[in-house]
Design a protein around this ligand. Sequence first.
Ligand code: KG4
Ligand code: ZN
Length: 340
Amino acid sequence: EKATTVLAFESSCDETGVALVRVEPGRAPRLLAHALHSQIAMHREYGGVVPELASRDHVRRVVPLARQACAEAGVSWAGVDVVAFTQGPGLAGALLVGAATACALAAAIDRPVLGIHHLEGHLLSPFLSADPPEFPFVALLVSGGHTQLMRVDDVGCYELLGETIDDAAGEAFDKSAKLLGLDYPGGPALSRLAQAGDPAAFDLPRPLLHQPNLDFSFAGLKTAVATALRRLGPQPSAGQCADLAASTQAAIVEVLVRKSAKALQHTGLRRLVVAGGVGANRHLREQLDALAQRRGWRVHYPELHLCTDNGAMIALAAGMRLAAGLCQPLRHYAFDVKPR
Ligand code: KG4
Ligand code: ZN
């Protein structure tokens, strides 16, 4: 058997990512190159992602990024064996750009294509770190659109243990940040502001914390933040805003940490993998690391720059699925995307 080179496209939201991974029998898939363009600056003035603008920008960026990634990897179009793309979930118009580009290229060079689930990319992204996890593990998937706990026994063997019944953790960060007048994306901005604040200053709710299940709920938190802000009057001081940011972050992080601990206890597993944009949060990492140290657990994270959306994780997921013999890429170019 010979090596397989995968070229992958990610365009589900506001980052255009292209990456190449090499899969060789008996070896872990290797990242050859990845190129990324973030649209954050473009969407910032609108306070959030504008889907139409996102799609148009993906169109502008995707081919130059693919050329850049291939040049970095030293791979020509003809050197690509399989073309992968993020099939969903995500913004429909944005997903279509990556899917159409992947299928057009694959058809032109007569190669098969493979659609990848965006969350599987996040889930497997820690395998690109210097300290990759071993199966089985519990995964805490915390992104802008999803908050899930999963039991992961192998590539493709995922069991949902619990998930949010309303807002995602990233959404809770983003919406609270917006109330505090912070720039999009709110997660990193709120966490920066929180550094100067007192996390015990405001008593915010920790919904479902004491329920025996592994589900989450964050919608009430946003309401509590809005109420706290109203009580502070029309012009809260910088200190009060920092306190509220710190209290909000503490509430979200406490729920994530306690539910992750519960998932490890329920499954009897001793390894936790954290993935998705909120996995970049420093407070979350500190709290999880401290608890893991006390309990003798291991926690694995993606490299910081691979926590948010990128093409590398999609190329890796495609590579790991191919290496595990889980899927058959097809010469079927009538692509379809799955926004939800
Ligand atoms: O995984 P991701 O890039 O996109 C989705 O698939 O949704 O996650 C984006 C989310 C946003 O809600 C963003 O505010 C949040 O991750 N985020 C953070 C941090 N960095 C990104 N939240 C808290 N602290 C951070 N440092
Ligand atoms: Zn994502």
